[in-house]
Design a binder for this molecule. Sequence first.
Ligand SMILES: Cc1ncc(C[n+]2csc(CCOP(=O)(O)OP(=O)(O)O)c2C)c(N)n1
Ligand SMILES: [Mg+2]
Length: 430
Amino acid sequence: MDGNLPRLALHVPEPRFRPGDAVDFGALLLSRAGEQLRPDETCAASATHGLCHDLIRVLGEDDLAHGPWNPALDPGTLIRMLRLMALTRAFDARMVRAQRQGKTSFYMKSTGEEATAVATALALADDDMVFPTYRQQGLLIARGYPLVEMVDQIFSNRADRLKGRQLPIMYSARAQSVFSISGNLATQIPQAVGWAMASAIRGDSRIATAFVGEGSSAEGDFHSGLTFAAVYHAPVVINLVNNQWAISSFSGFAGAERTTFAARAIGYGIAGLRVDGNDPLAVFAAVRWAADRARANAGPTLIEHFTYRAEGHSTSDDPGQYRSAAERTEWPLGDPVDRLMRHLVTLGVWDAGQQADMDAAVDAEVRDAVRAAEAHGTLGQGLHHPFRTMFEDVFETPPWHLVEQSEQAIRERRIKWPDWSDEGDVGERP
Ligand SMILES: Cc1ncc(C[n+]2csc(CCOP(=O)(O)OP(=O)(O)O)c2C)c(N)n1
Ligand SMILES: [Mg+2]
């Protein structure tokens, strides 16, 4: 200690509400729908920087669409968007039940965040390359990836095209231009930026999109990726989904007490937008704006989707241990499915009966996909890929040491579980 100098101290962020606390979101600055300026897609990046501290909103309290960001979608597209979000929600609900029944080890829902994936998918071209994380199942669904193949992967069964080698929900969908989902979070940013740069170097016209959670945006990969994107004007859209939680860590640990996540765009000198992530029309408009900007060689955009993770992080999590249950009910931006439905009803193109029919139809669609996948096996009941296949597909000619390890593993397995078939575990496990 030197003289009278103050003792140095650190600030350790603490979430405002803990289990049992009453919740008041009154301090949140929520702008009114329709009041945000919409600069031209090819504007100077600095013309967007005011928006980084604002919130682009289209759907108002009156359930109508307002302002220059209103994408003016026709009712058919809006109903399709609603259906895809409802399908995603129904899929999540059944997969959690399947996990509780032992058909898979793990699942992650996207409840409350469906708009960030579904409206993004509809705003992009179908062949724009996407580097998602684990909470964008809505994007795969919107791009028409077969539900049964998603369930096959989740059940790690015989039909799983990834042969049980990936954690459940880490799909890979080449035909849908969706890059393999990696658990190494924020790697999506340099990968998407690199892909976008390669697309430009080849003189192609396809752009890339990445997703990152607000927690993961504290990783170094996020920042080096953004530097490359800014320096080379990479044709990329970076979607940062700020659902305010990273497992049990609140967004303050990733920097939310200092500024918005969108405002990081200011430091890099790229375009930034901050959007109400529970407003599907605003998400659509922001992503379309950024995609058009990238296509016009006007540079990358960082979009913060401000939303709320309505449920646990995954089936392995219990949010009741670390946050107040009242957060979900008090959250002022509502629910994206509900908001779009009310918009359609207010427009006079939708009613409660149609909604009930649609809910029943999407649930039946998911149920049928699960039944079809169950015929290919589930985690708990065998029908996995044969054991030996775990040594395949890496080397064209496996090196001697792998051959030796594989033979030893198969031998030991026969001794330990003599009733199990080498061709996969068919039937109930002994
Ligand atoms: C590089 C890396 N660090 C840590 C983890 C462990 N991990 C898995 S999910 C998660 C939370 C991520 O939170 P966020 O980025 O906010 O995404 P969200 O789950 O909210 O969608 C962490 C820390 C990981 N998968 N990868
Ligand atoms: Mg998060």
